[in-house]
Ligand binder design. Structure first.
Ligand code: DX5
Ligand code: ZN
Length: 224
């Protein structure tokens, strides 16, 4: 089943609990949490204390997207603070095999992320190990950017490799997604659709999520 993952980066942090409750009412099961360090990406967002706080008010699966250099140092802390799954960028992991094993050893699902300029082939040796692959459809660091259409073919490439090699990793996409393009990315093979500004900057986040879920369901039917 395709999931819509609201990205809290676009939420009003002064009303974070309320905003999360609004997407929970729409029936989401996963929440996307962006961690930025001001080094790997030119922005700083939030860290373990915020994750710990929201962990105490909701039971959704926390999908933590680490946009930080040297993620190995912080993986245990993020799991302890409430992350259920953690993704790391291929671009900052010289020992990607080790990093993915480390995430799993800590008891979380392990994901690997590629930037728009990073080819799918860089993941060939770790696809057996990854629980999910996140294809960035904008350059990471900021919400509300425009979707980069060229990244869509990477979903198709990864979907093809998944079938050919009999693997079951999930495909996630992040950046510039909303009601206008959710169907396209689902048809291209996306299982987990991340959306920040299109949900939290809309008049009614709950209704927007429901609309995206419906569009995703219809697109899945065509895909099958
Ligand atoms: C960007 C983040 C995204 C961001 C997406 O670096 O990884 O998760 O929240 O925001 P939108 O959906 O507004 O492009
Ligand atoms: Zn993200």
């Amino acid at each position: 089943m395709v999931e819509i993952l609201p990205s809290i980066l676009a939420a009003d942090f002064a009303r974070l609990g309320e905003q999360i409750a609004s997407v929970e009412r729409a029936g989401v099961s996963m929440l996307h949490i962006d961690v930025m360090d001001g080094h790997f990406v030119p922005n700083i967002s939030l860290g373990p204390p915020v994750i710990r706080s929201i962990r105490s008010i909701c039971r959704l699966t926390f999908d933590v997207h680490l946009m930080i250099t040297d993620p190995d140092r912080y993986i245990a802390t993020f799991v302890e603070s409430g992350a259920d799954q953690i993704s790391v960028h291929q671009e900052v992991c010289p020992h990607l095999d080790r990093t993915l094993r480390l995430i799993k050893a800590e008891g979380a699902l392990a994901g690997v992320v590629i930037n728009p300029s990073t080819p799918v082939s860089t993941l060939d040796e770790v696809l057996e190990l990854a629980d999910y692959v996140l294809v960035m459809s904008v350059n990471p660091g900021f919400g509300a950017q425009r979707f980069i259409p060229r990244t869509m073919r990477k979903l198709m490439e990864l979907d093809q490799r998944r079938r050919e090699r009999g693997l079951s990793f999930k495909l996630e996409m992040d950046g510039g997604l909303g009601p206008d393009n959710v169907a396209d990315v689902v048809r291209a093979g996306c299982d987990w659709v991340v959306a920040g500004s299109s949900i939290f900057q809309s008049d009614d986040p709950e209704t927007t999520v429901k609309k995206m879920q419906q569009l995703a369901r219809e697109a899945t039917a065509i895909r099958a």
